[in-house]
Design a protein around this ligand. Structure first.
Ligand SMILES: Cc1cc2nc3c(=O)[nH]c(=O)nc-3n(C[C@H](O)[C@H](O)[C@H](O)COP(=O)(O)OP(=O)(O)OC[C@H]3O[C@@H](n4cnc5c(N)ncnc54)[C@H](O)[C@@H]3O)c2cc1C
Length: 642
């Protein structure tokens, strides 16, 4: 199949070179500033109120810019970030266990399987320490040790304890911090909050991002909204797989619409499958539930040593159990990174040693921890997670081991951005999970919150001024591009409503997800991906002929909202498969069965694929622009956690 064209390589022109320790400082100093009196004349639209968007909106407004904030939930504090459980990394070295900014940088570059930019990752590690201070100052109730210091725990891919947490509700507590900071600015009149509004188009005039087209989800009215710059903080696209740990509303529409308007989409095939989720229990399910990675601090992962062993876990003696992560990866044990732990779970299940219905599960056992620490200590660390597990499965994890299985969780790919977090459309900045940024081919646990807050509190507010210093830009409300963008949204909504077919949106989404999981999930092959592309194209055509969207556009209509999102997922799914097909190597979460070591580990091909794949939308075949990655500090090596 001739699926794509190759275009000119792309370069990150904003990144400084020289000593890595001072790159961020030098970039900040080099960036143009806007004086406080002029900031009031500049407007920034921020789409998204999760940790990235919430922190950015609050910080920009605090600095004096006029901020217009949008989200589709009924309140900014219901953004998906609220679901984050386990924690946030920071290189504070409170444990005196050998941590440092350099080690966090090293772990993240290595964890991402050498497919992230060194400059970005180093900056992230530097800023990690500021984030925790900022959040503590806001009153975020991080867990503390008896003496009052902030407590830490370990996450995968690290041999130090650097994960700060608030029980199993870290995202919620951090988001309340960002939300309060936003609320202060909403009350001060510096943030105009537009909840229940969905961005459906980007407005580009004279080559600059100048606004968005939104639909008021309650009244259905469609309007064009303007600004001097637009920030997308719209989260990840894991729900392209239908079943994932993401909130049901998570979607790709904001970034996909920007992609169609010229923003390159980077590494879409780098998706993360999390090893510890509650296994699927039937076809009725529309969502999967994460059991935080933090549980692997104390829980031990095992399966029966022999296949088809149907005994209850308590009846299986120690010497007939296989603690396979501890066996295969003695250095990191249960705390190997997610891609490694997920694939290992798949292998033991493929061998017929999986547990629970369908054999698609492995045990996560706390018996040793309860014996060692006492039930009270385990409850203090993970109580709400245990309760959640019990409510969903009806089993008591204090008594029987949890059953877990890998599930789609996070997307490392996203819109391409330079060091300033600016996309290929001037004036369009992308932050948080929506950009491709810092995690390479595999994100380490507890580093998404770190990246989202680094972007929102510290990076964007410094770099966006460099762009805004050239503003305010001329009024564009009468420009033809604006009318065209608005009309395109109205036409598309009408088209979705007028198909009037006989299949629900969800049935299409479920089928799409099945194709993606089957052929572009934990293991990918040339044959499977080629097949998937054909299936996706067929299903997309069928969608536009048979989808049934009841109701009208002039009212609250969640089917219409979903239909638009699923239509975008179809287009994205094809690009994900093309990206996965073209990358004939295994790297992090992208495992090509054709490219593995003799013992089944991912095998990279740095000479051929040591680049970021940034895709251009053409309406026909996508065009690949590659950004070469260079490693001056952490030299690419075979990733080993043994
Ligand atoms: C169950 C779970 C647990 C996790 N636990 C951790 C953890 O412990 N540590 C960690 O580091 N990471 C964790 N993660 C990952 C982390 O939570 C996310 O990566 C992160 O919260 C994403 O934040 P964000 O601000 O980029 O996007 P989100 O929080 O997803 O926010 C997106 C925002 O964009 C808005 N939006 C989207 N599209 C549109 C549109 N078209 N128009 C208008 N508004 C729009 C939404 O309304 C929302 O406000 C977890 C993820 C899951 C699923």
């Amino acid at each position: 199949m001739d699926l794509f064209d190759v275009g000119e390589p792309i370069r990150d022109r904003a990144a400084p070179d020289g000593e890595i320790e001072t790159r961020w400082e030098r970039r900040r100093f080099g960036a143009r500033l806007v004086n406080p009196a002029n900031r009031r004349k500049l407007t920034v639209i921020v789409v998204g109120t999760g940790l990235a968007g919430g922190s950015a909106a609050a910080t920009l407004a605090e600095a004096g810019y006029r901020v217009r904030s949008y989200c589709y939930q009924d309140s900014p504090r219901r953004a998906h970030s609220i679901a984050a459980q386990g924690g946030i990394n920071a290189a504070k070295n409170y444990r005196n266990d050998g941590d440092s900014i350099y080690r966090l940088f090293y772990d993240t570059v290595k964890g991402g399987d050498f497919r992230a930019r060194e400059s970005n990752v180093y900056r992230l590690a530097q800023l990690s320490v500021n984030i925790v201070d900022q959040c503590v100052a806001q009153g975020v109730p991080f867990a503390r040790e008896y003496g009052g210091l902030l407590d830490n725990r370990s996450f995968g891919g690290a041999q130090v304890s650097r994960t700060f947490y608030a029980r199993g509700q870290t995202g919620q507590q951090l988001l309340l911090g960002a939300y309060q900071a936003m609320e202060r600015q909403i009350a001060a009149g510096n943030i105009e909050m537009n909840a229940r509004h969905e961005m459906l188009e980007l407005i580009v005039v004279d080559g600059r991002a100048r606004g968005i087209v939104v639909r008021d989800l309650v009244t259905g009215s469609v309007s064009a909204e303007f600004a001097d710059a637009v920030v997308l903080a719209s989260g990840g696209y894991g729900n392209v797989f239908f079943l994932s740990t993401n909130a049901k509303g998570c979607n790709v529409t904001a970034t996909w619409r920007a992609h169609r308007k010229g923003a390159l989409f980077a590494n879409p095939c780098f998706t993360q499958i999390h090893p510890t989720c509650i296994p699927e229990s039937g076809t009725h399910q529309s969502k999967l539930t994460l059991m935080s990675e933090s549980l692997r601090n104390d829980g031990r992962v095992w399966v029966p040593s022999r296949a088809s062993d149907s005994r209850q876990p308590a009846d299986i003696p120690e010497d007939e159990r296989d603690y396979y992560l501890e066996r295969i990866y003695p250095s990191f044990g249960n705390l190997v990174p997610r891609d490694i732990a997920s694939r290992a779970a798949k292998h033991v299940c493929d061998e017929g040693r999986g547990v629970g219905p369908g054999g698609l599960g492995v045990y996560l056992d706390f018996a040793d921890a309860i014996r060692r620490l006492g039930r009270g200590a385990v409850e203090a660390r993970y109580g709400n997670l245990f309760e959640m597990y019990q409510r969903i499965t009806g089993e008591d994890p204090y008594v029987v081991p949890m059953r877990i299985y890998p599930a789609v969780h996070y997307t490392m790919g996203g819109l391409w951005v330079d060091y300033d977090l600016q996309s290929t459309i001037p004036g369009l900045f992308v932050i948080g999970e929506a950009n491709f940024s810092d995690h390479g081919a595999n994100r380490l646990g507890a580093s998404a919150l770190m990246q989202g807050l680094a972007d929102g509190y510290f990076v964007l507010p410094n770099t966006i001024s460099n762009y805004l210093a050239a503003g305010p830009f001329p009024d564009i409300s009468d420009r033809a591009e604006v009318a065209r963008a608005r009309q395109a949204v109205v036409d598309r909504l009408d088209r979705l409503l007028s198909v009037d077919g006989d299949r629900t949106v969800d049935s299409f989404h479920r089928e799409l997800g099945h194709v993606m999981w089957e052929y572009c999930g934990m293991e990918r092959t040339e044959e499977g991906l080629t097949k998937a592309i054909g299936l996706i194209r067929g299903l997309r055509d069928e969608f536009w002929q048979r989808v049934k969207v009841p109701g009208t556009g002039e009212q609250l209509n969640q089917n219409l909202e979903k239909a638009g999102r699923v239509a975008d997922f179809f287009e994205l799914a094809e690009l994900i498969c093309i990206d996965a097909l073209h990358r004939r190597e295994s790297a992090g979460g992208h495992f090509r069965a054709e490219s593995q070591t003799p013992d089944g580990e991912a095998l990279r091909h740095d000479d051929e694929f040591g680049y970021v794949a940034a895709w251009e939308f053409t309406g026909d075949r996508p065009v690949l622009h590659s950004e070469d990655l260079t490693f001056e500090y952490v030299h690419p090596s075979t990733r080993s956690y043994k």
